[in-house]
Structures are given as structure tokens and as C-alpha cells.
Design a protein around this ligand. Structure first.
Ligand SMILES: [Zn+2]
Length: 658
């Protein structure tokens, strides 16, 4: 029976509020009270002495109450927003001077929402009351919170429902219908707002639940500062936006009291970020007993029905401060700090290249950018660097170098570097038409080299994509399975930049940021080879700012190396002339414990792709000459063996046949 008299009766029953006096109303249904009608009894002030939350008598009901109650400060009023709420009669109002500010902060009806009809709502009937009682909730509590009974078509069938009214001021903004078997429906085209939103008015703290039944469970215990998100864990946070200033700003504590499942966890995290973690507390529906045992329930309502009111209150009282995401305290680093205090910073790894080692040492979790003119052998330099770090420090490596094609020839080059001579079975020299063949790399050595490469060097391919995300993902998998320590990306421009409207410069910056974060997170040492931008006429490449595409290369790199051909540099007498000279500009070392800016020279042997130490000799202030030291042609894998055998045999390279 839907009659208007029945609807009126529901309102008169307290389902909707009708004031005793005549007041003007705001569009959202707050009654406007002239400021001179306030009778403030108590006030709380902030550090500047400004009143924040005050208690006053109710402009609507106090003078009609029993004489003994007429002076009772039954209203909590937030002086910042001007919103007040009477806890005796339920009068919601705003003081006249704050109306403008409210409408400024709370754009109303921007989206042309409808208001739902309410004339079909009925007082809680027997079925509803039975359901509520089984959930530990008395009908009075539900009634006070605006819960009604209704029939509603859900899924094509008319169903008996609990109807939760979403109210703001005096208006019913939306209604959620819930069947006893937990089917839901909301009113179409009506605004979705948090349930019981006005419970925030005049409060210092609020409890947010993941559903209305949980909110009712807390109200059952006497909490009057409870709201619920509108749509469980899937609730969109923009449903809070309109109330941010008017209802949430002045709250000091927000209890996040959602469900104890993964979705609930995600909602808590979302809400904490939205409101600011500092004022949020996490309620866990778990009780730790004195005997060390603990028991947990899914939500507030389950805790209430299973363990009673005290258990629920205990959970609220033990709410813990929310962790603040994205920050850390020194406590996280205590152990590592005392390690530094006692032992100093772990020295970085050296490569074995003389003056180069003096300038720069490498450590895990860092990124290095290598820039060089075309034909300076950037890739060969990078490969040699990777191999040295792998051999000397057991830093297994992943290499992404699509330009080095086909892969077997690239691997043969790496094998050549390790062997110290061409990775060939025989070396052939031709003299006067006669071939002189000599064994270059005997079978056992070849196998040892290939075995070592198989175990220590891995290759990242372009299969299934070459976005930075895909490439780094593969490197991380190699780290987890094989324990790689370094990653070479050569060259940068083979990495596919992300889609989107940003400029290439910005996209490059994003990719570099991702590489940097990846290095920090995984502890991998990442080397990136970058082509230079086209130099202006006569311009020399001397800084990582010459890297093509973005200044971010220099900004983001932990180490920046620039390679320049310097074959014409002045060599000391007796320096081997067949070796090339390479100027290495160490343009950046972010951490001064790992080296410093400077320039050094390296030699390069085109026969085996090895680099070697060069000693700088200062002739005058202006003039240097370079002493190129010979580059060994011994197989590296024999190095340790060689050192052990040094006392026993004059020539440990006994795999040479003569
Ligand atoms: Zn009142």
C-alpha cells in the first residue's frame, strides 16, 4: 500500500527529519541558522586559538525540551565548515555565514542527478526485523539510521528488500536495496554518496566501513561517527569528492574498518591515500588473546555476531596507524648503517684497467650510460667491461644487443676476448705462398670458454616485444633463476618507447627513470649504450649531454662514460703501435665513494677486442704522453690457475703446443 499518509508516517517516525521551526534550506537540504541564534556552551580551539568544534544548544529543539535539558549542548558544530548536527533531535544545519563557502566548495547538481521517490518505503517489517536481529542489530538502531523495508524488482522479480536511504541534510539522495540473499540495487540516475555522510558533522574522528550492515553493527554499540562506502570494495573514491571540504577536512582521525580480505585491503590502501595516511588508522577484525591465540572475522558485523560487542570495541581501540606509502624511516636501515659505521662503504668493483680503475669503481644497483662517437667501439667496450666484471667478480650478465647479429658471431667475439686471441682452432699465416698453421685455441680451451659463457652470459631477445618493461622483466627473471648481476642494453634506441602523446624527450626520460628504479630495486648493475646526437660541425663529443634525445641521460645516470678515438695522441717511446688509443671521459660518478670525474686513456687490441691500461705521463702542464702497456693474450679462464701455477711452472700456458 503506497499512500502519502504512510510516507508521512515514516517521516514522522524519524525516518526523515522535520524541524519544529521554519528555516530556510540550502539546495542540499541543510537548514540555515542565523549566526546570532547560536548559544555556544563549550568550544575546542586550535593552536592559534581559533574555535574548531563547538558544542551549543539546538536552535530548533532546545527551547521546547524539558527545563532540565534546555541548556544541554546537544549540538556539535564545526566552526570551519559551519555544519552542525543536533544529537538530540537530528537537526542538520549550517550557520548563515558559511552558506556561500559551502556552495563554493560543494558544486551542487552539476550532473543533474535525480532525487529518488521515497513514498514506497515502509517501516521495517517482520522479515526485515528478523534478518537484522539475526545479525545482532536492533530495529531501533536501523530505523534511526534510515533503514526501511521495500519491495523492489531485482533481476526481473519483485523481491522483499531492506532499503538503506542515503541522506544528506534532510534529503534522501539515493536508496540501496538489499535482499536477504545479498542481491543489491541502487536507484538509477541518482547521485552516489557515502552512506550516513552527515555522521561526520562536528566529529573529530569517523569510522568508515565497507558496508551498511557493518556500519549498523558499530552504531549498535553506540558509535555515532560511522559512515559506509557506497559500493563495498569497488567504491569509487570520487563519491567522496563533494564532501572533502565540508565533511572530511576537519576530521583528525579516520578509522578504516573495511573487510579483512584482499579487496578490503585494497580499499583501505586507496582510502588512506585519499585522506592522507597520517590521520588514518587501520581496524583489523582480529582479537589477540592473552594466551597468544588469536581469532579473526571478516568484518564488523561478523565480529559482533560471533564474539559480541566487547570484541568489536577492542578491535576499534587497537586500530593501528596506517603505514605511509612511499616513505621510510631510518629504522629500515639500522643494520646497514651500523655496517657502514663499522666497516665503511664497500669499495666498488674494479675492472683491471689502471687509471680507469682509479677514476671509477662500480657497484650493484647502479646505472651507467656510455656515449661515444660512431666507430669508437662502444659496444666492444661495453662487452669487455661486462666480461671483466663477470670474470673478476662473478657478476653474471644479461645482454640485450640486437645490433650484434647473428648471435653466434657476437658470442664468438666474446669468446675471443676471453681467449685473448681469435676464437679459431688454427691460426693461419701466409708467407711466400706457404701456409703456416698453428693451433690457436685447442679443443679443451674452446670448450672451457663456451662452458663459461653458457653459465655466465645470457641473452635477452626481441621476441614478444622490446618495450623497457618487457626487457627489464626478462632480466629480472634471469636474476631470479640464474642470479645475474648485470644487464647491458646496447643500444638505447632499440628500446621501444612507450605509446602516448608525450614528446620523445619525455618518453626517453620515463624509460630512463624506469631503468634507474629497476636498478635500485633489483640491485642489478645496468649499462646502457647510447648513440650521440649528430655533432655540430667541429664539435667534439665530451659529455653525456651529447647523448641523443635527452638531457635525462646525464641526469638519470649514476655513472656517465664518454668514449673518444684518440689514436693520434702522443705515445711514449716503446709503446706498442698496433694498439688503438681511446680517450675515456668519466663525465659523471654520482656517488663520490665510487670515484670522480676525470679523463684517462685505454688501449684497445683489435685482435682480441681487449682493452688495456695506459699510463699518462705529464711532460709539461699542457702536454701529456701516453705509455701504452702491453695487453696480454693469455686466456682469462687460466688466470687463477696461472697464479697458482706461477711458482711451479715457468710457462703455465702449456696448452700451447710449443
Ligand atoms: Zn535538536
Amino acid at each position: 500500500m503506497k499512500t502519502s499518509s504512510k510516507a508521512y508516517k515514516i517521516m514522522a517516525d524519524g525516518y526523515n527529519f522535520i524541524p519544529q521551526k521554519k528555516w530556510e534550506q540550502t539546495p542540499t537540504g541543510y537548514y540555515i541558522v542565523p549566526i546570532d541564534q547560536l548559544d555556544i556552551k563549550r568550544s575546542r580551539t586550535d593552536e592559534n586559538g581559533t574555535a574548531t568544534i563547538v558544542r551549543c544548544t539546538c536552535p530548533d529543539c532546545s527551547d521546547s525540551r524539558k527545563r532540565s535539558h534546555q541548556n544541554e549542548p546537544c549540538v556539535r558544530l564545526d566552526m570551519t565548515t559551519g555544519l552542525g548536527k543536533c544529537y538530540n533531535c537530528g537537526f542538520h544545519f549550517i550557520i548563515s555565514t558559511k552558506v556561500k563557502a559551502l556552495s563554493r566548495h560543494q558544486p551542487v547538481r552539476k550532473e543533474n542527478w535525480k532525487l529518488p521517490r521515497t513514498d514506497h518505503l515502509k517501516p521495517l517489517d517482520a522479515v526485515a526485523i528478523d534478518y537484522l536481529m539475526k545479525r545482532g542489530i536492533r530495529p531501533e538502531t536501523a530505523k534511526k539510521a534510515g533503514v526501511c523495508s521495500a519491495h523492489r524488482v531485482i533481476g526481473g522479480t519483485e523481491r522483499h528488500c531492506l532499503a538503506f536511504t542515503f541522506r544528506e541534510g534532510t534529503k534522501v539522495v539515493n536508496i540501496q536495496y538489499k535482499t536477504t540473499d545479498k542481491l543489491f540495487a541502487m536507484e538509477p540516475d541518482c547521485e552516489i554518496i557515502p552512506w550516513n555522510i552527515d555522521a561526520c558533522i562536528g566529529q573529530e574522528s569517523i569510522i568508515i566501513t565497507e558496508g551498511m550492515m557493518d556500519a549498523l553493527a558499530l552504531m549498535e554499540l553506540g558509535y555515532d561517527n560511522v559512515i559506509s562506502v557506497s559500493n563495498g570494495a569497488d567504491t569509487e573514491l570520487r563519491t567522496f569528492n563533494r564532501f572533502r571540504y565540508s565533511h572530511f577536512d576537519s576530521l583528525k582521525t579516520i578509522y578504516l574498518a573495511g573487510d579483512m580480505d584482499e579487496a578490503g585491503e585494497q580499499l583501505r590502501t586507496k582510502l588512506a591515500e585519499y585522506f592522507g595516511e597520517a590521520r588514518c588508522r587501520t581496524v583489523e577484525w582480529r582479537i589477540e588473546q592473552e594466551d597468544g591465540e588469536s581469532f579473526a572475522e571478516k568484518d564488523a558485523n561478523d565480529m559482533l555476531t560471533a564474539h559480541g560487542a566487547d570484541a568489536v570495541m577492542q578491535c576499534i581501540n587497537h586500530a593501528q596507524p596506517c603505514p605511509i606509502t612511499g616513505v621510510e624511516t631510518v629504522a629500515n636501515y639500522r643494520e646497514k648503517l651500523f655496517d657502514i659505521w663499522q666497516n665503511g662503504i664497500q669499495p666498488g668493483k674494479k675492472v683491471g684497467w689502471g687509471e680507469f680503475d682509479d677514476l671509477v669503481q662500480f657497484e650493484p644497483g647502479r646505472s651507467t650510460i656510455i656515449v661515444g662517437e660512431p666507430n669508437t667501439g662502444k659496444s666492444t667496450f661495453a662487452d669487455d667491461l661486462v666480461l671483466n666484471l663477470a670474470l673478476l667478480h662473478n657478476w653474471k650478465a644479461a645482454i640485450y644487443s640486437p645490433e650484434m647479429f647473428p648471435p653466434e658471431r657476437h658470442i664468438a667475439r666474446l669468446a675471443t676476448t676471453i681467449a685473448g686471441r681469435q676464437f679459431r682452432k688454427e691460426k693461419v699465416t701466409t708467407q711466400r705462398g706457404v701456409d703456416y698453421r698453428q693451433t690457436a685455441i685447442p679443443q679443451p680451451m674452446a670448450e672451457r670458454i663456451v662452458d663459461w659463457l653458457e653459465e655466465n652470459i645470457f641473452f635477452v631477445t626481441e621476441e614478444k616485444g622490446r618495450t623497457i618493461h618487457m626487457l627489464l622483466h626478462r632480466a629480472e627473471q634471469l636474476q631470479q633463476r640464474y642470479g645475474i648481476q648485470q644487464l647491458l642494453l646496447d643500444p638505447f634506441n632499440y628500446i621501444q618507447l612507450p605509446d602516448g602523446a608525450k614528446s620523445d624527450t619525455m618518453k626517453i626520460g620515463d624509460v630512463l627513470a624506469e631503468i634507474e628504479l629497476f636498478a635500485h630495486r633489483t640491485g642489478l648493475f645496468v649499462i646502457v649504450v647510447v648513440h650521440p646526437s649528430k655533432p655540430q660541425k667541429g664539435e667534439q663529443i665530451e659529455s653525456i649531454y651529447n647523448a641523443s634525445g635527452s638531457a635525462e641521460f646525464r641526469n638519470r645516470a649514476d655513472y656517465g662514460l664518454v668514449l673518444v678515438n684518440d689514436d693520434n695522441a702522443n705515445r711514449s717511446q716503446g709503446s706498442p703501435s698496433q694498439l688503438h688509443l681511446l680517450k675515456v671521459i668519466v663525465d659523471k660518478v654520482r656517488d663520490d665513494a665510487m670515484g670522480h670525474k676525470g679523463i684517462c686513456h685505454l688501449s684497445f687490441d683489435a685482435e682480441n677486442y681487449r682493452h688495456g691500461a695506459v699510463r699518462t705521463e705529464h711532460l709539461t702542464d699542457q702536454l701529456n704522453q701516453y705509455r701504452v702497456l702491453p695487453i696480454s693474450a693469455h686466456c682469462w679462464l687460466d688466470r687463477s690457475e696461472q697464479q697458482q701455477l706461477a711458482f711451479e711452472a715457468p710457462d703455465p700456458e702449456d696448452d700451447m703446443p710449443f
